[in-house]
Design a protein around this ligand. Structure first.
Ligand SMILES: Cc1cc2nc3c(=O)[nH]c(=O)nc-3n(C[C@H](O)[C@H](O)[C@H](O)COP(=O)(O)OP(=O)(O)OC[C@H]3O[C@@H](n4cnc5c(N)ncnc54)[C@H](O)[C@@H]3O)c2cc1C
Length: 557
C-alpha cells in the first residue's frame, strides 16, 4: 500500500508486465485480431487489479443493469437495485475545477448518485491539457447532439467529458484509491480478519458437493484451511474459473481433458468471456502543443514532479480521463444499422437461451440512438495500437522531438464470446485464455463505424488546429471505406482489460452468487457479470461486492 508505483496515479503504465504486480498471463493467438497473442494483465498485490488499473471511474448505463435483470429475471440486479451500491462504495472528493462548462465535469446530481463516506475516493483531475476541451467540443459538433448529460454517474453518460478517477484528494491526497486502501487498510486491525499474502490458492475443498475450505501453497508448503460458514471466491475473471475447474467444478469435457475428476457439472464455468477492445488513431501534435509526452522532457518532468511532491497535484495526480460515449445509431446510417442487425440475426452465434437473451438486448441497444454503445478517449500521449496486444509496448516513447495525441474508440457490448479453461491439473499453470476477439464479424463492423466517426472528430477544425501528421494509420492510408476500416481495426486493437462473465449470474452462479450445484460456495468478482456494461468496470465490480456483502449478511447472520 506504500509502493509509489501503485499509489502515484499516473505511474500505472509501469506496473503491467512486471511479475511483482501482475500475474503476467497471455491469451492464445487471436485469428480474427491480427493473429496476435494478447497480454492479459491481472493485479497480483492486495487490491488485485484495482492496484494496477488505469483509475478511470465510470458507471455503466441504466439499461446495462436493466439488461442483467431481464436476462436473469431478477429485478434486484437492475439499475434501481444497484444504484445504492454505487453510491455506497464512493466518496466524491473536491477538486478546484478550471472549466466553466458544467458539461465538462457533469456531476449535477450529487445527493442522488454520489457518496460522501464510501471507501473508494473519486475525484476530477486538477490538471488537463487545453486540447481535451477542444476534443469534447469537436466530438459534440461532429455528433450533432446537444449537451444533455447532467450527471455521467446517473446511468446516463452519453456525451464527452473529463471523467472521475479513483484518486483521493482529501485524506490520502493525490494517491490511488483502490480496494486495498479503501476496504483493507481501515479494517486491518480487526481481530476477525486474517490476511495472508503470497499464498496461491490451488483448489476449493469439497465434501461431496459442499465447500468445506481451501487448499493453498505458501512458501512452497501446501496448507488446507477449513471454512466455518462458507467459501467466497474472488480470484477474478481468469482465476475464478481456473480454481473452480481445478476443484472439479465445471464442464465435464473440459475437466476430463485436463485430467480432473468432475465432482459438480456446471458448463457455464469459464464460458461467456467478454472484453472491451479498442482501436485508435495516433497523431503528432503541432510544434508548441504539449501532451503528457512532455514528461519525457527534463524541465516539464521536474516541474510536475515538484508539484506532486509538494502539493500532490499536477500530471502525476491526474491520469488521462478525457472520454465520452456515443451511440452506434448516431455514427451509422439507418441503412447500416438495419444491415448490422440483419447480419447479427443471420449469422448468430447465440445457441443457449441465455446467449439468445443477451443477443436480443444488444440488438435493442444498437438501434437506440440514446444508448452508449461506443466509448471514446482522447489521451494526450502516444498509445501505439499497432503494438496494442502488449501494453508494455503500447505505452511507448514518441519519436524523438515529437509529442503525440491518441484518439481511441472502444466497443462496449461485443457479440463475440471467449472462454477461460484449464488445460492441465497443475494449479501453477495458467489457464488457456481465448478472448474470442472479433469471433463475430459484426463486432469489427461496429467498431469500424466508430473509427469513421473518430476520423471526422480528428478532422474537425477545433481539434485539427492542434494536429500535425497522423502516424496510425499512416497519413497516406485513408480510412475511407468500410472494408479498409474493418481491416485496420482487426489488426490494430488493444483492450481495456475489462474482462467479465466467466461465472455468469443466473448461469454459473444463482442470484445470490452461490455456485450452482455446490453448497456454501459463492463467487464475488467481475466474473459474475452476465453481460457487458458500457464504460470501465471497476465501479460495477465494487457495486457487485457491496451487494454481495448484503446477500451474505442476509443469508448467514
Ligand atoms: C491493466 C488494467 C487496467 C484497467 N483499467 C481500468 C480502469 O481504468 N477503470 C476501470 O474501471 N477498470 C479498469 N480495469 C478493470 C478493473 O480493474 C478490473 O475489472 C477489476 O479490478 C476486477 O476485479 P475482480 O475483483 O474481478 O478481480 P481482481 O481485481 O483481478 O482480483 C482478483 C484477486 O484474486 C487474486 N488471485 C487470483 N488467483 C489467485 C490464486 N490462485 N490464489 C490467490 N489469489 C489469487 C489476485 O491476485 C487478485 O488479488 C483495468 C484492469 C487492468 C488489468
Amino acid at each position: 500500500m506504500n509502493d509509489k508505483n501503485v499509489s502515484t496515479p499516473s505511474l500505472y503504465p509501469t506496473l503491467i508486465g512486471r511479475k511483482e504486480y501482475d500475474w503476467c498471463m497471455s491469451s492464445i493467438p487471436q485469428p480474427n485480431a491480427g493473429g496476435k497473442v494478447y497480454s492479459m494483465p491481472r493485479g497480483k498485490g492486495l487490491g488485485g487489479s484495482s492496484a494496477i488499473n488505469y483509475l478511470m471511474y465510470v458507471r455503466g448505463s441504466k439499461k446495462d443493469y436493466d439488461g442483467w435483470a431481464e436476462i436473469t429475471g431478477d429485478e434486484s440486479w437492475g439499475w434501481d437495485g444497484m444504484a445504492k451500491y454505487f453510491k455506497k462504495h464512493q466518496t466524491l472528493d473536491h477538486t478546484n475545477l478550471k472549466s466553466k462548462d458544467p458539461h465538462f465535469h457533469p456531476h449535477a446530481e450529487l445527493e442522488k448518485y454520489h457518496g460522501t463516506d464510501g471507501p473508494i475516493h473519486t475525484s476530477f483531475n486538477d490538471w488537463y491539457m487545453p486540447l481535451e476541451e477542444d476534443f469534447a467540443e469537436a466530438a459534440y459538433a461532429v455528433t450533432g447532439t446537444k449537451k444533455t448529460v447532467k450527471d455521467a454517474w446517473s446511468g446516463d453518460h452519453l456525451g464527452f467529458y473529463s471523467s472521475l478517477g479513483a484518486v483521493n484528494r482529501s485524506d490520502d491526497k493525490g494517491r490511488r484509491s483502490y480496494a486495498a486502501t479503501g476496504y483493507i487498510r481501515p479494517n486491518i486491525c480487526r481481530p476477525n480478519l486474517k490476511i495472508l499474502t503470497g499464498a496461491h490458492v490451488t483448489q476449493i475443498l469439497l465434501d461431496n458437493k459442499t465447500a468445506t475450505g481451501v487448499e493453498f501453497v505458501h512458501q512452497r508448503r501446501t496448507y488446507k484451511v477449513p471454512g466455518s460458514r462458507e467459501v467466497i471466491l474472488t480470484a477474478g475473471v481468469i482465476q475464478t474459473p481456473q480454481i473452480l475447474e481445478l476443484s472439479g467444478i465445471g464442464d465435464p469435457a473440459v475437466l476430463e481433458k485436463a485430467g480432473i475428476q468432475c465432482k459438480v457439472s456446471n458448463s457455464a464455468i469459464g464460458a461467456n468471456f467478454q472484453d472491451h477492445v479498442l482501436g485508435g488513431l495516433l497523431y503528432d501534435l503541432k510544434p508548441g502543443v504539449e501532451s503528457m509526452d512532455a514528461l519525457r522532457l527534463e524541465e516539464f518532468q521536474k516541474a510536475q514532479q515538484d508539484a506532486y511532491d509538494k502539493e500532490q497535484t499536477g500530471v502525476y495526480a491526474s491520469p488521462g480521463m478525457m472520454m465520452g460515449f456515443v451511440s452506434y445509431a448516431s455514427v451509422a446510417t439507418p441503412e447500416e444499422v438495419k444491415s448490422t442487425v440483419a447480419s447479427i440475426q443471420k449469422n448468430s452465434l447465440a445457441k443457449t437461451k441465455f446467449e439468445k437473451a443477451q443477443e436480443k438486448i444488444i440488438v435493442d441497444q444498437l438501434t437506440d440512438p440514446t444508448f452508449a454503445n461506443l466509448q471514446t478517449f482522447c489521451i494526450p500521449c502516444r498509445l501505439d495500437v499497432a503494438k496494442g496486444s502488449d501494453q508494455t509496448l503500447f505505452f511507448g516513447a514518441p519519436p524523438t522531438g515529437k509529442q503525440q495525441l491518441s484518439l481511441l474508440m472502444c466497443l462496449e457490448h461485443p457479440l463475440s464470446r471467449g472462454t477461460v479453461h484449464i488445460e492441465s491439473s497443475d494449479p501453477m499453470a495458467p489457464p488457456r485464455i481465448d478472448p474470442g476477439y472479433f469471433r463475430n464479424e459484426v463486432d469489427a463492423k461496429i467498431l469500424a463505424a466508430g473509427m469513421k466517426w473518430m476520423d471526422k472528430v480528428a478532422k474537425h477544425p477545433l481539434l485539427a488546429k492542434s494536429l500535425a501528421d497522423r502516424e496510425l494509420p499512416p497519413q497516406d492510408s485513408e480510412l475511407d471505406t468500410e472494408a479498409k476500416r474493418i481491416e485496420y481495426v482487426k489488426n490494430h486493437i488493444s483492450t481495456q482489460y475489462h474482462l467479465i462473465g466467466t461465472a455468469a449470474l443466473g448461469e454459473a452462479v444463482d442470484m445470490k452468487l452461490r455456485v450452482k450445484g455446490v453448497e456454501r460456495l459463492r463467487v464475488c468478482d467481475a466474473s459474475i457479470f452476465p453481460g457487458h456494461v458500457s464504460g470501465n468496470i471497476m465501479s460495477t465490480t465494487y457495486a457487485v461486492a457491496e451487494k454481495a456483502a448484503d446477500l451474505i449478511k442476509a443469508d448467514i447472520y
